[in-house]
Structure formats: structure tokens, C-alpha cells
Design a protein around this ligand. Structure first.
Ligand code: ADP
Ligand code: MG
Length: 391
């Protein structure tokens, strides 16, 4: 059991960024800036339905060591890449001019400049413990750490509450990846020991007590290592279903259908379509009930009843598996095995078709639950899962 990524570079991540900077540029950095990975406790595919999400941050971080350099030029080194990326004002004049991983950094600089900030030239060295592409938001961690470094080095006026939008713009418009506001909000605004209750319609945030350690609990994050099969097309299809249903129901978004009005809404949907459409009904049911599960989870956490959220997590998983149909066998196996090994609740987290499962467990059960999940994975069929524990 480890708190850090089990594969990839080892050693303290801040030290790695610092020594990386020193080796690469032959001087000490002016400072180090960090942002964590995140996981969504509950509220899946609710973001683009104007609904609710509840992410919290992990003890896995991306660290940027940085120092100013003359002129509007940027040099970026990452321990994960063979060669550094270098660019000047031409490359950050518009989206698409830097591609690959450097686009996340160039995108932040572009978004800052586009918002009228005078971004200082800089040398950057990046190290990270956040696994890449596992759904723990290494992309937002990278954007947030780079953003913090540039804001401080340049003395820019950009308070924390305005940073998520800017980082999201870098990822949406420059990198070209259509993510919601959750990832950037979580990694920039979450506090340790609390989850971030985010209303995706108003972008209002509230910090909700989530002190696992004090309750003797832990969240085991199980990286299924299932690749995101067909996830782009499936995501677009789910989103289109939800938007079409909202339109047929005459509401701005499915957020506006309360759980008490679900049956009535499904009846109206059948009428509007001229026949019962089982698939659309199930898509709507997932979103409407998932929003309610987020609200119920928040209520329990406010009352200090962390253990009691377990059944809501497990119900969320069943809804994603049966109604929204976004899970894959590796993920379902991990959830079942964690529950059988005594987890209070378990669910897939993230957009689906791969990624991670989270399980709420007693802190001293992490090794046992991890062993049970590994044993349940059919050998030779799937690569074994990775684990991260957080208290
Ligand atoms: P996730 O955010 O779930 O980890 P994404 O596909 O959104 O997955 O983002 C992963 C991408 O972000 C990587 O392919 C890479 O381009 C970039 N990235 C994230 N962290 C780093 C890093 N430490 N060094 C270089 N690139 C990184
Ligand atoms: Mg990402």
C-alpha cells in the first residue's frame, strides 16, 4: 500500500521538481508551487446537466519549480517527457500552436494573456505523483500549479476564486478538451479534510466536513487501469440524450427535475416521444437520482455521519452501471470485491468506461481490501489494478 503512484519516478515529488530544475537550468528555482489530484466522491455526469458534484483532493501532487527568465519566453521541462518544450509569444497568441503535453502550459499562458495579464517569461520544471490519464485530474493539477507559479512570479492580480475558470479555458479552448468546471475548481479550491460541494449551474462552492482520519476511515482509490474504451463517442451520446430529454420536458437542464417529480417527468417524456423509450428514461433517472444522492451525501457529512454515506455511493454505482451504462467489467469487479471485503460503499468515479473506483473503508482495512480486489481480477485478462489510499 502506498500513498504515491506505485510506478514512475520515485522520491519526494517536491525534491524531484527542485533537482530537475537544478540539473536542467543550472540554478536554484525561485520557488515551488503545487496542486493536488482530485477524486469525485459522488455526482457523476451531473455537471453538464447543471447539477451537483462533490470532489475532494488526494495526497498526490504535481509540483512546479520555477524562476523568471528574460523576455516573454517559456521553457518547460517535465520528468515524464524526453525533451523540454520551449515557446514564445507567437505560440501563445492563439490555440493549437503548441501541441502535446506542452499545450497545457501554453494554454495557461495564453488564457492569462487573453485576460489582459502581463505574464512573466519563466523556466519551469514539473514533477508529479498524480497518475496520468487515470481520471484523477493530472491535467487540472498541472494547469493549477503552473498558474499559481506564473501568478506569483509576475505579481498578477488573480484571486483563487477566478482561477478555475481561467484554467478551464486553457484546457477547453487551447488544449481542445471539453471538460466541465469540476476538475479545476476541485484542485484549486478544495481544502484538506473537506469536500467541495459545487453547484455546476451557479458555480457556488461550499466546503463540507470530510475528515476521514478523525473517523478512523479511509478512501481506497482503485485505479482499474482499464483504458477509456470509446469514451469520447459514448460521452457525447449520453450528453445528447440528457439535453434532448431536458428539451422535451421543457426545462433548461435535467437539474430542474426534482426526484419527487421523476415519475411524472418520465410520463411526460413518453408522451412527447409518442412511445416509452426505455433508454432515455434510464438516462434521465440516473441524472435525477444522482443529483439527489449528492444532496443526501452532503446532509450526512454535515451531520458528521461519514460511514452512513456508504449506501449512497453503492447506489450511485448501480445507477451508473444499469441506468447510465458507463461502467466496464473491470470496474464492476472492483466494486463488488471491495464491498464483499467490507467496504461501507464503493463506486466508479469519473466519466466512465475505465478509470478509478473509490471505496469507503475502515482505515486499517486498506491492505485487506486491496488484496481482495486484486484477487478478484481475472488474471491474464486484465492488468492488475493500482491503489492509492487517502485519509
Ligand atoms: P487526467 O487529467 O485524468 O489525468 P487527461 O487526459 O485529462 O487525464 O490529462 C492527461 C494529460 O495531461 C497528459 O497526457 C499530459 O499531456 C498532461 N500532463 C498531466 N500531468 C503532466 C505532467 N506531470 N507532465 C507532463 N504532462 C502532464
Ligand atoms: Mg484531465
Amino acid at each position: 500500500m502506498t500513498d504515491a503512484a506505485p510506478s514512475g519516478p520515485t522520491g519526494d515529488v517536491t525534491d524531484r521538481a527542485t533537482t530537475g530544475f537544478l540539473h536542467r537550468y543550472g540554478e536554484q528555482p525561485a520557488g515551488r508551487w503545487a496542486a493536488p489530484g482530485r477524486v469525485n466522491l459522488i455526482g457523476e455526469h451531473t455537471d453538464y446537466n447543471d447539477g451537483f458534484v462533490l470532489p475532494f483532493v488526494l495526497p498526490l501532487r504535481t509540483v512546479v519549480a520555477a524562476a523568471p527568465q528574460d523576455g516573454p519566453r517559456w521553457t518547460v521541462w517535465s520528468e515524464l517527457a524526453d525533451s523540454p518544450v520551449e515557446f514564445g509569444v507567437d505560440e501563445v497568441a492563439g490555440p493549437g500552436r503548441v501541441t502535446g503535453w506542452g499545450a497545457y502550459v501554453a494554454g495557461v499562458i495564453w488564457a492569462l494573456r487573453d485576460a489582459g495579464h502581463d505574464v512573466p517569461g519563466a523556466r519551469l520544471a514539473i514533477a508529479s505523483d498524480v497518475p496520468i490519464g487515470s481520471g484523477l485530474s493530472s491535467s487540472a493539477a498541472l494547469e493549477a500549479a503552473v498558474l499559481a507559479a506564473l501568478v506569483d512570479l509576475g505579481g498578477l492580480d488573480l484571486p483563487a476564486e477566478r482561477r478555475p475558470r481561467l484554467a478551464q479555458r486553457a484546457e477547453n479552448a487551447y488544449v481542445g478538451s471539453p471538460t466541465g468546471i469540476m476538475d479545476q475548481s476541485a484542485v484549486i479550491r478544495c481544502r484538506p479534510g473537506q469536500a467541495l460541494f459545487l453547484d455546476c449551474r451557479t458555480e457556488a462552492v461550499e466546503h463540507i466536513p470530510f475528515d476521514l482520519a478523525a473517523a478512523g476511515l479511509a478512501v481506497l482509490v482503485i485505479d482499474s487501469r482499464a483504458t477509456h474504451r470509446h469514451s469520447d463517442g459514448e460521452y457525447a451520446a449520453r450528453r445528447a440524450s440528457c439535453e434532448q430529454a431536458a428539451e422535451l420536458l421543457g426545462v433548461p437542464a435535467l437539474r430542474d427535475v426534482p426526484v419527487a417529480g421523476l415519475d411524472e417527468a418520465l410520463g411526460r417524456l413518453d408522451q412527447a416521444l409518442g412511445r416509452p423509450d426505455d433508454e432515455t428514461r434510464r438516462r434521465v433517472r440516473h441524472v435525477v437520482t444522482e443529483n439527489q444522492r449528492v444532496l443526501d451525501t452532503v446532509e450526512l457529512l454535515r451531520a458528521g455521519r461519514i460511514r452512513d454515506i456508504g449506501p449512497l455511493l453503492t447506489a450511485s454505482h448501480a445507477s451508473m452501471r444499469d441506468d447510465f451504462e458507463i461502467t466496464v467489467p473491470e470496474i464492476d469487479i472492483a466494486v463488488e470485491a471491495a464491498l464483499a471485503a467490507g467496504a461501507y460503499g464503493a463506486r466508479m468515479t469519473g466519466g466512465g468506461f475505465g478509470g478509478c473506483v473509490l471505496a469507503l473503508i475502515d482505515a486499517d482495512r486498506a491492505d485487506a481490501v486491496a488484496a481482495a480486489v486484486t484477487a478478484a481480477y481475472p488474471k491474464h485478462t486484465y492488468p492488475p489494478p493500482n491503489f492509492h489510499q487517502t485519509t
